[in-house]
Design a protein around this ligand. Structure first.
Ligand SMILES: [Zn+2]
Length: 108
């Protein structure tokens, strides 16, 4: 799921979780600066192309906490938040769970 946003726009955790990966170095040529959060119960979020990561591996994050900034690192045609979600091994569309993880209706 791509969310177009200007470079540097902060984004928040869609749900409580633990940061399992915070790669702010240029390790991932496609994904860019990559942030992954384990929300528990097999649910994981990945945020790609970030310009800045504001959390570290092992950090416990709360829903609504600012965790990073939108960017265009890696292979991205322009700044956007690339949000992927996985439930166990299945890729799912974050839009399907947005109402569940964001009761206010305002997504990240
Ligand atoms: Zn994308």
């Amino acid at each position: 799921m791509d969310i177009a946003a200007p470079n540097g726009t902060p984004f928040v955790a869609p749900a409580d979780g633990v940061v399992t990966l915070a790669a702010a170095e240029d390790v991932f040529t496609l994904e860019g600066h990559l942030l992954m959060i384990d929300h528990g119960m097999g649910l994981n979020s990945a945020f790609l192309h970030c310009s800045e990561l504001l959390v570290r591996e092992g950090d416990v994050v709360k829903q609504g906490q600012i965790i990073g900034k939108v960017g265009a690192t890696g292979r991205a045609s322009g700044p956007h938040l690339h949000w992927g979600m996985k439930w166990n091994s299945a890729r799912i569309d974050p839009k399907l769970v947005i109402s569940a993880v964001s009761p206010s209706g305002n997504g990240p």
